[in-house]
Design a binder for this molecule. Structure first.
Ligand SMILES: [Zn+2]
Length: 274
């Protein structure tokens, strides 16, 4: 049997990293999974690709959020390679990118790429792609953590999965898109699908395991409970109460701003606040 492909995680300094992306090194090339957010991180990923010395064969996207596609232009660096995702992921990125520009430019300045490129090659649910001995199969989840999500399974035995943001590795989570019901249902469907020894490479930290779905489910449920239970007659106090509750569940400030960005949108969706 051939050796399994090597998985490289970026940025190489994982500690405190905002977001992760991957290069899967095959016998004759490399396949990227996601592309990071910032110009410097995606440029570092490109330099690592060049140090490996094998051509980029494709970029696969795990979902529609900008911290996973913003670095595409630096990573691809003009190579003629397909950027592959389900149609719904492509449409969401094209639709939401102008809004993401308004949000991310003030936060990240020049580190949010001025020129951005989008996925250009669609793939249907369950379809597979082969690069040397590496077989990738897409799972088109539809709305989940983002408006459209698409984990990639590596290998026919389904023991390695690029899960995107379906599990965060003990970091605060983004729920502002409002698809938590689908997310919770997808957690159960994905848990049932993969073998118990599966390794999940994820968008924020990791790798994690199947049992980490439990932590993720409880995070989502705790957040909804905290928003529901807050006294929305005072929005500022309600916000602070949700933050306090979530920091009891997860005592870290890693990605806390993603959770804080989610409080008012989720309250509005639940008919609270305002
Ligand atoms: Zn993310």
């Amino acid at each position: 049997m051939p050796d399994p492909p090597t998985v490289h995680r970026f940025p190489t300094k994982h500690e405190g990293a905002f977001v992760n992306a991957y290069l899967v090194e095959t016998a004759s090339g490399a396949v990227a999974v996601d592309a990071l957010l910032t110009v410097s991180d995606s440029r570092e990923m490109r330099q690592a690709l060049e140090a490996i010395g094998k051509p980029l064969q494709a970029v696969l996207l795990t979902h529609s959020h900008p911290d996973h596609y913003g670095g595409l232009v630096e990573l691809v660096a003009g190579d003629d390679v397909p950027i592959i995702a389900p149609q719904g992921v492509i449409e969401t990125i094209v639709r939401d990118d102008p809004l993401k520009e308004q949000i991310l430019r003030p936060m990240f300045g020049d580190e949010w790429a001025v020129e951005r490129i989008f996925p250009d090659t669609r793939i249907a649910d369950g379809e597979s792609l082969e690069f040397d001995d590496a077989v990738f199969t897409v799972v088109d989840l539809g709305p989940s953590e983002s408006p459209h999500d698409s984990p990639w399974v590596l290998g026919r035995d389904e023991r390695i999965v690029f899960l995107g943001d379906q599990i965060y590795d003990r970091k605060h989570c983004f729920l502002a898109d409002g698809f938590w019901e689908q997310w919770l249902a997808n957690i159960e469907a994905l848990r049932a699908r993969f073998p118990s020894d599966v390794v999940f490479h994820i968008g924020h930290g990791g790798p994690v395991r199947s049992e980490d779905f439990d932590w993720q489910r409880r995070y989502i449920e705790t957040f909804l409970d905290a928003v529901n239970g807050a006294d929305w007659s005072n929005q500022e106090q309600a916000h602070a109460a949700v933050v306090a509750r979530m920091k009891t569940y997860l005592p870290t400030d890693e990605l806390q701003f993603l959770m804080e960005l989610s409080i008012e949108p989720v309250a509005a969706q639940l008919g609270l606040g305002e």
